[in-house]
Design a binder for this molecule. Structure first.
Ligand code: MRU
Length: 368
């Protein structure tokens, strides 16, 4: 399976236009900073790690036009602001900005491009490791009947197409499937943009992983009836206290999982941890167009793709894109360094090189 984001030639990327899936599979080319920025804001590319990677390459492309100190600062801000909630975007852009800032103007763009390539390779490797760690945790939940598939519920799309390669939440699922472990995925449709119904169902089908799409409100009943062994989602930002931002609706699944004694895992590359944000309350939640709530895109019987209205004309709608799951509801973060509790202590444990916990969270006398 090839990477979601490919470098075709110097200064030329290609990827899938995810706004068209599952009805049309179309490659798009990204050859300018403006195209990268537009792809992120229009959600042609989406998912925290993938927007980070595209933002990193986008900044490198922008530096070909203006590599001055002022240009570097301005362009990095512009690219980081393309979407607010996933910290991977500002993290990746900042990483490339730093490398560029440490270089002479004449080579800034080239150095930035090389850094973006490293970042992509690292994303792929981190996700591969998340797959290994997650497969061990999930595999241990198998019940005694070997023929019964492991029943996993996921929300939104944290699969291959949300990352450079492998996915985060789906990486363990792919790993188990490859190893011959029977696994079945319950796919939350994930209104309003339907990343589950449109994207997760599409990529699981490509990989031959058995799955069933359910409406967002069905998970609670399935948990109560013993039909789900574990929930695993991706994340867009983990605050320093372990609170997790992810696609709207994640919190309700975590509540239902806790009430039913079902493990709730969050797959989380370390690039998604933000020590600079104290807690979930401080995470900026992207508010998107009300039209995503009031209207729905789908395929008509004649094959045409069309948009329909669902609500009375003029009905008001609100569309927060993400919610916050308190760390106490998360059984473990699954990182490339292994599982960790979603707490300040847990995060400190997976960052032996140092993890700056904001003073507001630090118990008196505790080390920084
Ligand atoms: O708005 P989206 O589609 O970019 O939201 C994506 C999610 O919420 C994912 O779960 C998250 O980014 C992790 S992707 C590995």
């Amino acid at each position: 399976m090839s990477r979601t984001l490919r470098v075709d030639a110097p200064w030329q990327l290609s990827t899938l236009d995810q706004t068209l899936l599952p009805f049309e599979v179309r490659e798009i080319r990204l050859g300018t900073a403006e195209q990268c920025h537009e792809a992120i804001t229009a959600m042609r590319v989406r998912g925290a790690p993938l927007i980070g990677a595209v933002g990193a390459f986008g900044l490198a492309m922008a530096l070909r036009q203006d590599a001055s100190d002022e240009g570097l600062a301005r362009l990095a801000r512009w690219m980081s602001d393309a979407r607010p909630t996933a910290v991977n975007l500002s993290w990746a852009v900042e990483r490339v900005r730093r490398v560029a800032a440490a270089s002479e103007g004449s080579v800034r763009a080239e150095r930035a491009w090389a850094e973006a390539q490293h970042l992509c390779d690292e994303d792929a490797e981190c996700n591969r490791q998340i797959g290994e760690h997650g497969a061990s945790l999930l595999g241990a939940l198998r019940r005694s009947d070997p023929a019964r598939p492991l029943q996993i519920l996921t929300h939104c799309n944290a699969g291959r197409i949300a990352t450079v390669e492998h996915g985060t939440a789906l990486a363990p699922v792919y790993r188990l499937h490859q190893a011959g472990v029977p696994v079945h995925v319950w796919v939350d449709e994930t209104r309003p943009r339907n990343q589950g119904a449109a994207l997760t169902a599409w990529e699981l089908a490509q990989a031959g992983v058995p799955h069933t799409v359910i409406v967002d409100n069905a998970g609670g009943l399935l948990m109560m009836r013993g039909r789900i062994d574990a929930v695993i989602t991706g994340c867009d930002r983990v605050a320093a206290n372990g609170d997790v931002a992810n696609k709207i609706g994640t919190y309700l699944k975590a509540l239902a999982a806790a009430d039913n004694g079902i493990p709730f895992y969050v797959a989380c590359p370390l690039s998604t941890v933000d020590p600079g944000t104290a807690d979930g309350a401080a995470i900026a939640v992207e508010e998107r167009s009300a039209r995503e709530v009031t209207h729905l895109r789908g395929q008509l019987a004649d094959g045409r793709v069309a948009e329909i209205r669902l609500v009375p004309e003029g009905a008001a709608a609100l569309n927060p894109g993400f919610d916050i799951t308190p760390g106490r509801l998360v059984t473990a973060l699954i990182t490339e360094r292994g599982p960790a509790p979603a707490s300040p202590e847990g995060l400190r444990g997976i960052f032996p090189e140092g993890f700056a916990i904001p003073s507001a969270l630090r118990p008196e006398g505790a080390p920084t």
